[in-house]
Design a protein around this ligand. Sequence first.
Ligand SMILES: Nc1ncnc2c1ncn2[C@@H]1O[C@H](COP(=O)(O)OP(=O)(O)O)[C@@H](O)[C@H]1O
Ligand SMILES: [Mg+2]
Length: 260
Amino acid sequence: MAAHSGGLTAVAPSGTAPSAVTSPGGTVSVRNLIRSFGPKGVLNGVDLDIAPGEFVALLGPSGCGKSTLLRALAGLDHDVRGSGVISVPERVSVVFQDSRLLPWDSVLGNVTLGLREHDAEARARKALAEVGLAGREKSWPHELSGGEQQRVALARSLVREPQLLLADEPFGALDALTRIKMHGLLQDLIAAHRPAVLLVTHDVDEAIALADRIVVLDSGRVATVRTVTPEVGSAVDAAGHEALRRDLLADLGVEPVASH
Ligand SMILES: Nc1ncnc2c1ncn2[C@@H]1O[C@H](COP(=O)(O)OP(=O)(O)O)[C@@H](O)[C@H]1O
Ligand SMILES: [Mg+2]
């Protein structure tokens, strides 16, 4: 999905932002990324690396530029002004908060959309089974719950076997219980497919539960990077989990609520 240009031009001739180039080793590398809408600077020199198979959560307050960064990695920001160098793996999939399913196509049709391989339908059926939707292939998107629609969106992205999955608040519109179920599903899918992941979220607990590393964006730059060990992420290390949560809330400028 990402646009790939032949060279590493720092600034595109038209004045719009340069596109992502394909990284040979399948890594994500962002260097001095600057993006603005008209006179408004949004990203002011972002550096970010994501290793193959690594899960990075991008946290930050609303409007800080999280989606702008994700769109740049996805090669979707042609109208934005900017500079910098972005390299991404060859196969990139994107999931948004809204499932963006085509309402006039079936669940299966939405997953196979754009696939040219002769075994596309078989692969789509397998992906739907993986997200727990076997038997729903002929349903229409409007017949599904919000959580089920996001499952279809995940199946549609994973059927392409992405080396990088970009997810922009994919569970943000779901109720708390569905969100927790989706966290478990995403963890299973990631374990099976091993893509690198950049998950944009404003939910500190979601970031801790899912990510290997949490990057906090502030004033258009990477302000803090925090590593999440498996023990802290799963809260087996309850004290470490709580300390990381406190640190991240402080990074985001949120005062801890006094207990009564
Ligand atoms: N297409 C656009 N035109 C003008 N301004 C935009 C556009 N998209 C985003 N912005 C602005 O850029 C800033 C960052 O937006 P965004 O990356 O969507 O933030 P986040 O995802 O962190 O909430 C915001 O101030 C927003 O208003
Ligand atoms: Mg956003």
